[in-house]
Design a protein around this ligand. Sequence first.
Ligand SMILES: [Zn+2]
Ligand SMILES: [Zn+2]
Length: 147
Amino acid sequence: MIIDVRKLKYSGKYDSEFTCYYTPSEGIISLPGAVLNGQVCVTGTLALHGDDVYVDGTVSCKIVGECARCLKSAEYNFSSNFSVVYATERQDEDDYLYTRGLVDLTPAVNDVLLTDFPTVIYCKENCKGICPVCGQDLNESSCDCKY
Ligand SMILES: [Zn+2]
Ligand SMILES: [Zn+2]
């Protein structure tokens, strides 16, 4: 996901909108058993301030995995906002670096996915799960186990 900010400068503009799609490399989606449904979508704006590039965006994607309570298939729509700065020299430890006018959004977006992704998902908010004694799906019917 590389954005060429030189083109922006040449055209006399200092900000622009972007939309990109990408498939993260293995291990970025850290939720066990979850797979991406489609690609990760990144939309946002970038603005030039001298040599610094301010990026504000939203990362969204759809995943299919297992409900942490009942183990049935569960879908989750992930969406998270981020604001980062790309600089040609590191002034702040949170800055991302870019060279030759090419801003690669991939490391920033990977960090959003690594940091903000849920550690569990549920098939529905009030999923009752399965009985740990008899294995009955408590969404379908109750059981007489006491636990
Ligand atoms: Zn469930
Ligand atoms: Zn039971």
